[in-house]
Design a protein around this ligand. Sequence first.
Ligand code: PYC
Length: 328
Amino acid sequence: MKIERFVDSHTEGEPTRVLLAPDGGLFQLTLPELIARWSVDGRLAIPPECLALAANPRAADATVCALACRPAKPGASCGVLYWNASAPLGMCGHATIGLARTLRHIGFDLPRRASIETRVGDVVATSLDDGRFAFDNVPSRLHAREVEVVLAQGGVVRGDIAWGGNWFFIVRHDGLAAGGRAGRAMRSHAEELAYAASILDGIRRADLRAGPENDGLIDHVLLSFSPSRADARARNFVLCPNGTFDRSPCGTGTSALLASMAARGELAAGVLWTQESAIGSVFEARYAALPDGSVRPSVSGRAFIVAEGALVFDALDPSRSGSWRESP
Ligand code: PYC
């Protein structure tokens, strides 16, 4: 499978690299075929040279790759596999908005409401009249409340574990939870990154797992703060599995937060939630309640194309397929 063509975009500040077949269209494999091809002992493992497409020196280290492939089911527009520099993602909200924007950009016949297959379920991307895109996410749910994580430097944090297409550990500093503490504003990116990383480290040391989806791997930490914008309800800082933070308000993280707030009775179905990101961009979100107690979030935002072209693999480049390697 030759990966050659790409289109880069950002969604509310967070980069997406859509990977396309050499003819500039979808890869002819379906998502199940791609997953079978890239699985080792039943586990999906993105080949190192593909992980490298989402990392320095080929890409900003926050980049999420989206490999667009042929749909497996009738009625779907395409399948997509998401990964960042370290591992596959389940769903990716900002990248779904980036993918929809990119498919429009390349002239793909994308219906106004397009069903897109991801490895954790189908989502629906909608083109909005004002140029934004929205996606109806996979069912999202609260898994556990007020779980304690012990930090290596001492102290304990309490958070909710929720699914929004990835597993999130959510720590609330927004002051909105009933009976909770007063909110605080986000500090510097470096301070929140260190704080979130210490929480993820505590989760890993305790081998804390969530529900069955994605093998229960809790690989994202969402810190929720008081907003800096008058039009937002809260601001988040989301640590991703590769150690970077999400510059967008994180579509799957916003979904997990909505599921948690819904279960806690803090946000009613259909009510608009405006989520500010670590850099001050916003997503709008709301949810519909599902009969099994989970929720279906719908999240919207803007994406912008920033580059398109062909990847070049120079035989003399020590970094052509990932980390620095001297050529023999
Ligand atoms: O928007 O869902 C998202 C996301 C996950 C990781 C980075 N962005």
